[in-house]
Design a protein around this ligand. Structure first.
Ligand SMILES: [Zn+2]
Length: 236
């Protein structure tokens, strides 16, 4: 996901802020106002995005990578399954850089644990449509799209022999503890986050300031916003 500065400002977790969204959406439906102004929204086209998309399945691209695709389970901030299958997909140059990061991590006794990568635009729109207007600051606006829609963002952590490494906060638990500027977490968690950041930056990724797990490929603007279903990506 992306940064949600207002949530951080008032010190609430995104999970707490979004709890009950399903009920709120249902109330809107009963009131006849669900989807108002958004139902006919078309996927945005970025004229600056000139690169040819080349999405690959990360599990096939590098079998060393490990995955915990939260949006393919109910264990996410929406509280229900959003992806039809647990697949992580990214543009080929992003995947190639990630392979190099995995190699750096292995040399230090770690491995990469991927939470999310390419996200079809329809999922971003679904998140938006099911979020009440007063809470939409917490989700990416489908009118402008998410960098995850371009296959250029990765949400990831580290594991050691399959065990998830402690980080400054849980994944997708948006509090100031998730900020890269957080210095209050246990020293080993901060060190792990910075170690991952060092490897990612060295291979061309840009860290998001307020989410230790989120990285954008430096050339993300070159790639279009896409809505290819995850199940249709079979290259690796
Ligand atoms: Zn993200």
């Amino acid at each position: 996901m992306h940064c949600y500065p207002a949530a951080a400002k008032i010190g609430l977790t995104r999970r707490a802020m979004l709890r009950g969204i399903g009920g709120a959406a249902l109330t809107g439906l009963v009131a006849g106002c669900a989807g108002r102004g958004g139902a006919s929204l078309a996927m945005p086209v970025d004229p600056a995005a000139t690169a040819r998309p080349d999405l690959v399945d990360l599990a096939r691209f590098d079998p060393r990578l490990r995955f915990d695709i939260r949006y393919a389970t109910p264990a996410n901030f929406m509280g229900r399954v959003l992806y039809p299958l647990p697949r992580a997909v990214a543009q080929r140059p992003v995947a190639e850089a990630l392979v190099r990061v995995q190699t750096h991590a292995e040399a230090a006794g770690y491995g990469l644990l991927i939470f999310d990568a390419y996200r079809p635009w329809r999922i971003t729109k679904m998140m938006w449509d099911e979020t009440p207007p007063d809470k939409r600051e917490f989700v990416a606006d489908p009118a402008s799209g998410s960098r995850h829609n371009r296959g250029c963002s990765l949400d990831l952590s580290l594991h050691r022999d399959g065990a998830e490494v402690a980080m400054p906060s849980p994944y997708d638990d948006f509090t100031p503890a998730a900020y890269r500027s957080n210095t209050a977490a246990p020293p080993e968690a901060l060190a792990a986050s910075r170690m991952l950041e060092g490897w990612m930056v060295a291979e061309g990724f840009v860290p998001l300031a307020n989410e230790w797990w989120h990285y954008d490929w430096a050339d993300w603007r070159l790639y279009p916003i896409m809505d290819v279903p995850l199940e249709d990506v079979t290259a690796g």
